[in-house]
Structure formats: structure tokens, C-alpha cells
Design a protein around this ligand. Structure first.
Ligand SMILES: Nc1ncnc2c1ncn2[C@@H]1O[C@H](COP(=O)(O)OP(=O)(O)O)[C@@H](O)[C@H]1O
Ligand SMILES: [Mg+2]
Length: 273
């Protein structure tokens, strides 16, 4: 109903990593290009993407997974890495398509090795994408380091990308052996003010049936001020603003509406604390 009121066909600000809505910000574009280059050209092993909550790490992971050609890459994704080393390895094995992971560490590693060499023989680049990597424990980080040891004379057999919040940096700061394996590290930052405006308009355009302005200039400045350019917060504020605008029967979202929305959201999050 709210979408219809605003002349939209889809919900424009859902906090889901829906690639249809992907907005290529400058940081997104650069991190994407560097990851693809590392995987396709250098085959250099471990890559690290660090970003605050809500900056688009999971969106980037999804985008990488959907871009890599299925006939050249075999991709495994681990989205909840709160695991013991064995569970982690089994999870990777299953995610690479082997239904029955072994039980003993020795056999698990043999199985994984087989998957890696089979992939190589089939001309596939095996790629492991790990989300929420700040949650990895030290022992699993050690396994990941060891996995990056599998290599031929000119490239690694397994490409690994870790997507994590800044705590991940702290975790590996003193882990020299791990640090040395990192081929690239990129910090995915928030959007600039100009990008925040483009981001909002981009999502509206994708969701839209009719073309007309919904957020005025000052409201967008206010959204930037409160969200600091973090996509998840921008979505949250905009989604609520569409609702408030609809219930007040206005045709344009103004700065005042954004202030009301943000006050309400802050009260909500205070109540949760
Ligand atoms: N580049 C982007 N283009 C469009 N939407 C984005 C982009 N980055 C993030 N988002 C939106 O913000 C939400 C939060 O991003 P997410 O990838 O979950 O952040 P993180 O994993 O860093 O916490 C996503 O669900 C998506 O709706
Ligand atoms: Mg995420």
C-alpha cells in the first residue's frame, strides 16, 4: 500500500543483500575490482575486506559469488563461522558439494585436498568466501592459513576471501604468520554525501514505476548526517520516512520528517540498550 502511494513497484529500502538494488559506490567498485583481479589474475591466496557494520560486506560477497563464472570457479560460502576447526573444514567441504565429510581431522584434510586437486584438474578455481570473519577463532584462522599453503608452482589452489568487521584486524594484528599470507586488504568505507543521494535515487529508480522526486535535497542531507553514509542505516531511515510521509499524506519527504524518524529510531534503540 505504501509503495503504491509513492508510485513504486517494489519496496526500495529493504535491508536485504538483493543484487538488483546494487549501487556501485566508489569503494564498492574498487574493492570489487581488486578482489576479482586477485582471484582471476594473481591467484594470490587470502584477501581481506574490512568494514563497519552495514557498509555492504555481505552485498559485496554476494556480488562476487554471482559474478564468478560457474564453469571456471567452484565457490563455497561460509556465513556463520562460529565453528571449531573440524566443523569449519567440514562446512567448507560440504559447501564445495561433498555431502559426507569425514570425521577424523586426518581424513577431513585428505578429503579437502582431493577436492582442491580435482578442481585444479577440471580447470576450476576453488574459492572460499567467509562472511562475519571477525567471529573466527584463532584456531580456525590457523586452519585458514594452512589451507593457503596448498599451491602449485605459480598459484594457490584455494582462493580465500574474508569479510569482517574491524575487530578482525585486531584479531590478526599479532598473528604474523597469518598477516604474511594476506595478498590484499581493503577497507570498505561508508558512502559520501553525494553517493548517499545517488544511492537513494538509485534504489528508488529500481523500485519505481513513475518518475518523480520523493526525497527533497535537505532531507537527503539530513539522512547523510544521521546515517554517516552507512547503507543499512540509510535504508532504515528511508523506509521509515516513506511510512511517515504516507501516514501524513505528504507528497515529498522533507527534513522535518527525517528528524522525526531519526528521533523515533533513536528512542527505539535507547529502549533496546
Ligand atoms: N553497494 C550497495 N548497493 C545497494 N545496497 C547496498 C549496498 N551496500 C549495502 N547495501 C544495503 O545495505 C544493507 C546492509 O549491507 P550488508 O552487506 O548487509 O552490510 P554488512 O555485511 O557490511 O553488515 C544490505 O542488505 C543492502 O540492502
Ligand atoms: Mg554482513
Amino acid at each position: 500500500m505504501i509503495e503504491k502511494y509513492w508510485g513504486l513497484k517494489l519496496k526500495p529500502f529493504l535491508n536485504t543483500p538483493d543484487l538488483k538494488f546494487l549501487y556501485p559506490s566508489s569503494e564498492y567498485t574498487e574493492s570489487f575490482a581488486r578482489l576479482i583481479y586477485n582471484i582471476k589474475e594473481i591467484k594470490g591466496g587470502i584477501a581481506l575486506i574490512i568494514g563497519e557494520i552495514g557498509t555492504g560486506k555481505t552485498m559485496l560477497l554476494r556480488s562476487i559469488a554471482s559474478t564468478l563464472e560457474k564453469d571456471k570457479f567452484k565457490i563455497a560460502t561460509i556465513i556463520n563461522p562460529v565453528l571449531t576447526p573440524n566443523q569449519f573444514l567440514c562446512n567448507a567441504i560440504q559447501s564445495f558439494g561433498e555431502e559426507n565429510p569425514a570425521r577424523s581431522k586426518f581424513r577431513i584434510l585428505r578429503q579437502l585436498e582431493k577436492i582442491l586437486y580435482a578442481g585444479k584438474n577440471e580447470g576450476l578455481t576453488l574459492t572460499l568466501l567467509i562472511d562475519e570473519a571477525q567471529l573466527l577463532c584463532r584456531r580456525v584462522l590457523e586452519e585458514i592459513r594452512l589451507l593457503s599453503n596448498y599451491e602449485t608452482e605459480d598459484s594457490k589452489l584455494l582462493q580465500i576471501i574474508l569479510f569482517g568487521q574491524p575487530e578482525l584486524d585486531k584479531k590478526i594484528k599479532d598473528f604474523k604468520a597469518f598477516l604474511q599470507r594476506i595478498a590484499i586488504r581493503y577497507h570498505l568505507g561508508p558512502l559520501s554525501q553525494k553517493e548517499t543521494e545517488e544511492y537513494i535515487n538509485h534504489r528508488l529508480k529500481i523500485a519505481k514505476g513513475v518518475k518523480r522526486q520523493i526525497f527533497d535535497k535537505r532531507s537527503i542531507r539530513e539522512i547523510y548526517r544521521f546515517s554517516k553514509g552507512i547503507p543499512r542505516l540509510i535504508n532504515h531511515i528511508c523506509q521509515n520516512a516513506l511510512f511517515v510521509g504516507y501516514s501524513q499524506n505528504v507528497k515529498l519527504i522533507t527534513k522535518d520528517i527525517i528528524c522525526d524518524v531519526v528521533n523515533e529510531l533513536m528512542v527505539e534503540s535507547d529502549a533496546k540498550d
